[in-house]
Design a protein around this ligand. Sequence first.
Ligand code: HAM
Length: 550
Amino acid sequence: MSTLKAVRGTRDLLPPETELWNHVEATARRVFARYNFGEIRTPVFEETSLFARGVGEETDIVSKEMYTWEDRERFDVQGLINAWTNVQVTERGHVLESAIPKMLQAVEKFGVRLILGRRNPEKPEFVAFGSKVTREAVEGLTNAKKELRTSNVFRYSPDADYLRRFGPGLRLVVPAGLPTEDIALGEVIVEEFPGHFNKSVQSLTLRPENTAGVVRAYIEHKLGETGLLQKLYYIGPQFRRERPQKGRYRQFWQIGAEAIGPPSAGSESPLRDAEVLEMLAAFLDELGIEGWRLEINSVGSATDRARYVAALREALAPVKHRMCEDNQRRAETNPLRVLDSKDENDQEIINGLPKIADYLDEDSKAHFAAVLAVLDKCGVKYEVNPRLVRGLDYYTRTTFEFTHGGLGAQNALLGGGRYDGLSEALGGPKAPGIGFAMGEDRLILTLQAQQEQAAALADAFIAPLSAELNPAALELARELRRAGLRIELGDGSFRLKKSFEIGNKLARKIVLLGEDEVKSDILTVKDFASGEQVKVARGVLAHALHATSK
Ligand code: HAM
């Protein structure tokens, strides 16, 4: 028997790794609570139309990546049999009830559930029950009749002779009102039977993201009527049928938050955008993620964007035939997506396309400038990326991504932005909002890489500044190693630049050992991560290195 494995793109999280997941989640809860966010838990599946209307029909997520199914109440075959049999007995005549259990067992062999009935004793029938008229059911019935003559399953039936003599008819009973497959029925009679054996059919989807679900809940529970800003965070799995690779899964985890409310609650204010970004910077720092970058842009109001998309279409029309197939398609269906194409050959064309900044109206420009001003004031570093438009249709004005170089192709740690019209698009009241979602899997990957790197690094790299100082360098190394430190020793023949390069790869700190240092017993120590350089007396050097070793 083949062994069962987790489905492609999904995985198990096991101890001790789950400890790291719990740590990340606990840090998120702690930091978000300081900003007065409360937790919301929405269902893992929703009606498909929520995502079609919220995220946008033309987006990759909705058009290609969702796990969607028709959800219907299970077909109740026994209910249909009981109801039908009852009617036959009470209204129309006579059913060979004694034969039913035996027949039910016997006909499994033919692939359809059959019982034997007859409206009147002169016309016996094979009767099959199904949720709909399918090819298999019709074939099964026809085969059942063929096999009747040769089979001995009816040997003990009191009616065997009787049946052989008459040759029963074939009847397929299905609940009324269901679509029928267009197939040849041959001699099979179809009877549609009234009754609710198969209830409402709904299209459902495993959530590919959670902003639409949160806004649906905001509308459903009339949270806007409180008049207050709703600050909600969530932690949970999301599902997208993407091609799996490092940092990209089909079931992945997001930690996200949304600040949404009526305009009177200040939900439109640039201060909200900046506060959310500052919270993210605080969270990543508290978690110890090093080297993140914040890229930010404004995609303007819905009307700004419509004008921009028209300009993009126009600019793409004469050049798109020179672009890759994907971009040719995007140029038609969703020109904004061309901007985040990574295709090398198309970059020149893309760089020459109109910039959204030139299509923003005065209000959007002022809003963006105000967001940046608050960030400057609180010292949150960012880069404006005019090509950052993001892959979901609901965004307006501020959009952003935090990236990390260590992640490779899937370098977005998190993404988010403002969605001032989403509530109205879902039939709710005016409720501007801003939020983000972090890829928890990617946070974990980044932390693991950092931990591995840290574990592999020596506490210090000793760099003698000339060959004559080599003996003194080994003496110092011996001293520090005896104190239990992990020390890498350079060589006096290395140029200073080379010592720094090697030291940076192998150790957390570099200790410079020149003539002055030897004479004064005061050493120069530089920390590679912080860039900080300090003088340390030799007598306390081991202690100082221990204090900062991880
Ligand atoms: P998103 O950019 O589609 O935005 O996803 C946010 C983050 O989820 C990404 O930056 C990435 O870290 C992670 N992510 C996405 N797809 C995958 C995947 N297949 N495997 C692993 N990680 C993945 C949203 O989902 C918006 N709802 C964010 C938002 C909230 N905007 C406003 N509020």
